[in-house]
Design a protein around this ligand. Structure first.
Ligand code: FAQ
Length: 338
């Protein structure tokens, strides 16, 4: 094949790094270079070349993740005023604020891919974007708040530690701080449950009841089974995912069952240690329930979105005031420079 392209291989690689495709032929070269960088465990940065599919799936996953953190504040946030002691109230306030921070890092990281935070929030409120199914379950008593820390944050860490090594630099770096905070969240929840298990029979029953209701939904946080996961194989190739949904789910079960036994709750009979594999077998999850909640059928789904709509409306004056102040500052800076 003849070509008029006189660039050297080094020049093409440099252009691939900067992301300047010139033709279909170059796009193939850019994609090959992109995949080679991923295979070599390099980070992809915002201004680097990336295929459209990579950008799209990252915006999808990171925005769903951000929405989960923000919607995830609601089931626990409504217990701040009802926490049993000042110490628990302070811990809970700190935890809920951390989740807000995680949402903000993630929206910022997603914005580096060219979609604005306003657009991502619009998609959430319009029901076009998902958030984790777990946050559509209700927190009916204090024990549920502690169980969220133990199981929901525990599942979140299991999923997010591999994301610290995901191929997109801003996402990977955001996850490092997020995971450290999630680890505190998990411990505070488990510690609060240990205290309840030293309490009255009624408190012990509350812990058991919470565990029974939250355990299976927390396993669904890892997504559908591998055989039914639409994005897994491509995302593993792009090293957005490092482990499959089922692998991470199994890792979480193996870590959680000994914790449940130490806590003193009864685990479902179906969960048995498999001597051959050295893993806990746990049977099949209720995937019909998962699909129903993914499609918006969760008990709290409409409450959650209504609460976020109200928060957006209630914050209008703050955003207006901040914009007016920024404008005033800019005028003052220009005037001072003249
Ligand atoms: N809920 O092909 P896959 C937290 C969707 S943060 C709802 O396997 P993928 C912190 C999936 O999006 C919790 N939808 O997809 C906290 C896709 O839909 P689409 C959130 C789900 O992306 C603690 C479709 O099903 N964490 O808890 C769920 O390869 C306490 C097909 O699935 C993250 O977001 C689900 N459970 O793998 C806050 C971590 N599972 O877009 C407050 C980052 C799957 O095609 C209090 N995300 N779907 O319409 C991930 O690692 C991945 O996105 C997965 C799904 C593993 C969630």
């Amino acid at each position: 094949m003849y070509t008029t392209d006189l660039r050297t291989a080094e020049e093409k690689a440099e252009e691939a790094r900067k992301g300047v495709p010139r033709s279909a032929l170059d796009t193939d070269a850019l994609e090959a270079e992109f995949q080679a960088r991923i295979d070599a465990d390099a980070y992809i940065e915002p201004k680097d070349y990336m295929p459209d599919g990579y950008r799209k799936t990252l915006v999808r996953q990171m925005s769903q993740h951000a929405h989960s953190e923000i919607v995830g504040m609601l089931p626990e946030g409504c217990w701040v005023g009802r926490a049993p002691t000042l110490k628990r109230k302070m811990i809970l306030i700190a935890k809920v604020q951390d989740e807000a921070g995680h949402g903000l890092y993630l929206y910022s990281a997603a914005e580096t891919l060219g979609t604005s935070r306003e657009e991502l929030v619009r998609q959430l409120l319009a029901g076009e974007a998902k958030y984790s199914t777990i946050f559509n379950y209700p927190t009916t008593n204090w024990s549920d708040v502690c169980t969220i820390g133990w199981l929901v944050d525990g599942a979140a860490i299991t999923n997010q530690i591999p994301l610290c090594r995901c191929s997109y630099g801003p996402y990977a770096r955001a996850m490092v701080k997020v995971c450290k905070e999630e680890s505190f969240h998990q411990r505070q929840g488990y510690e609060a449950l240990l205290q309840m298990m030293k309490g009255t029979e009624a408190q012990k029953r509350m812990v058991q009841d919470s565990f029974d209701r939250w355990f299976w939904p927390s396993l669904m946080m890892f997504g559908p089974p591998d055989s039914n996961s639409a994005h897994s194989s491509q995302n593993m190739k792009w090293k957005i995912k490092r482990f499959s949904n089922d692998e991470l789910r199994q890792r979480f079960v193996d870590a959680t069952i000994p914790q449940a036994e130490f806590l003193g709750v009864k685990v479902p009979d179906v969960i048995v240690k498999n001597a051959e594999t050295d893993h806990y077998d746990f049977g099949e999850l209720d995937w019909d329930e998962f699909m129903a909640v993914v499609k918006g059928g969760g008990i709290c789904a409409s409450n959650r979105i209504d609460a976020r709509k109200k928060a957006l409306e209630d914050g209008t004056w703050v955003r207006d005031a901040a914009s007016a102040y920024a404008e005033k500052q800019q005028v003052a800076t220009v005037a001072a420079a003249e």
